[in-house]
Design a protein around this ligand. Sequence first.
Ligand code: SF4
Length: 126
Amino acid sequence: MSERKLPRFIMCFCTGECPGFANLDLWKLINFVRNELDVEYAIIHPQLCVTDGDNFFRDYLKETDKDKIYIIGGCDPRMQRKMLKDVFAEKGLDFDKQVISLDLRNMETAEAMKKVEEAISKVVGA
Ligand code: SF4
């Protein structure tokens, strides 16, 4: 698969203080995703749903990226949609078509790795 079609993985770690991520080894997860799975790259953000998260997305998202798929690990998909869709719309991107939100809270690391792997496999058709 060409680089252009590989999804981008963004892990939102909810400040690092969220009890929902207490059993998740962040570095093990992110290194697994970036080294073992079919992604263009994997990055971590500390808190996407506050002002600096919006600032990050405004800087990061490009209007020309309408064919990109973003897999965002974090909280409940409905929460992610509510809090993140507007900044995607500002850039002319379609949150509902371009974002796959994964709730990775309250999981052991291996479970989260499996969930991300399955989501990426669906996108790349593996
Ligand atoms: S988007 Fe969700 S996971 Fe990320 S900081 Fe906000 S509540 Fe936490």
